[in-house]
Design a protein around this ligand. Structure first.
Ligand SMILES: *Cc1c(COP(=O)(O)O)cnc(C)c1O
Length: 215
């Protein structure tokens, strides 16, 4: 696979779903990829990337951002509260807002800086005990809490259980977003991004299908 092939498949999925071409944001998840693979995507003109770890992203992205104007980097992995300051300084979007303490910390930093990355609330649609995310039955209350803190909510994110059919999880995430007036849906990865687009994804997070297996 490659960036071109995935972009073609994404355009086809948009067309099949009656969505405008280019309306779904392709986040190329570059965590733990050799730098030459990421540079190939940068040279090809791709500008939206995803990372899972604050420290890894801090080490990689400032130089590339200086060299390639217009790059945006999204945090798609879990965020520890003690890394929140570094995260808001580095990332254009955070897809893992998943608990009240983190919401309060981000709100304080946003006030201090007068700016905040776009935020996606992560919902644990599979109710998996080991996985991050707000349980679905607490999502409405948490979204209201974030809004009371004036946080800029772009939408919702989910990471369906491994090996399960993702479709019901995408449907549930879209329903929670709709009833809360949120338009962004960060869902779909290498194995299921086309299904996610069919269910209304606005952002797909694709790593290995673009770059190959990770280190
Ligand atoms: C690693 C990761 C991805 C990309 O996964 P692939 O299977 O390589 O496409 C997407 N979202 C999150 C949250 C991830 O951690």
């Amino acid at each position: 696979m490659s960036l071109d092939a995935i972009t073609d498949r994404l355009r086809a999925a948009e067309a099949a779903a009656g969505r405008a071409p280019g309306s779904v944001c392709l986040i190329a998840v570059s965590k733990r990829q050799p730098p030459e693979r990421v540079e190939r995507a940068l040279r090809a003109g791709h500008r939206v990337f995803g990372e899972n770890y604050v420290q890894e992203a801090q080490a990689k992205w400032p130089d590339w951002q200086a060299e390639y104007p217009g790059v945006s980097v999204h945090l798609v992995g879990p965020l520890q509260t003690n890394k929140a300051r570094a995260a808001v300084e580095l990332f254009d979007a955070i897809h893992s807002l998943d608990r009240p303490k983190l919401a309060r910390t981000l709100a304080r930093l946003a006030q201090e800086r007068g700016a905040c990355p776009e935020l996606f609330v992560q919902v644990n649609t599979g109710d998996e005990p080991q996985k991050a995310g707000i349980p679905p039955h607490e999502a409405d209350a948490f979204i209201a809490e974030c809004r009371a803190l004036d946080l800029p909510l772009a939408g919702l994110m989910c990471l369906p259980p491994a090996g399960a059919d993702s479709a019901p999880h995408f449907t549930e995430l879209a329903a929670i977003a709709a009833r809360n007036g949120l338009t962004g849906l960060s869902m779909g990865m290498s194995d299921d991004f086309e299904a996610a687009v069919a269910h209304g994804a606005t952002h797909v997070r694709v790593g290995s299908a673009i770059f190959g297996a990770r280190d």
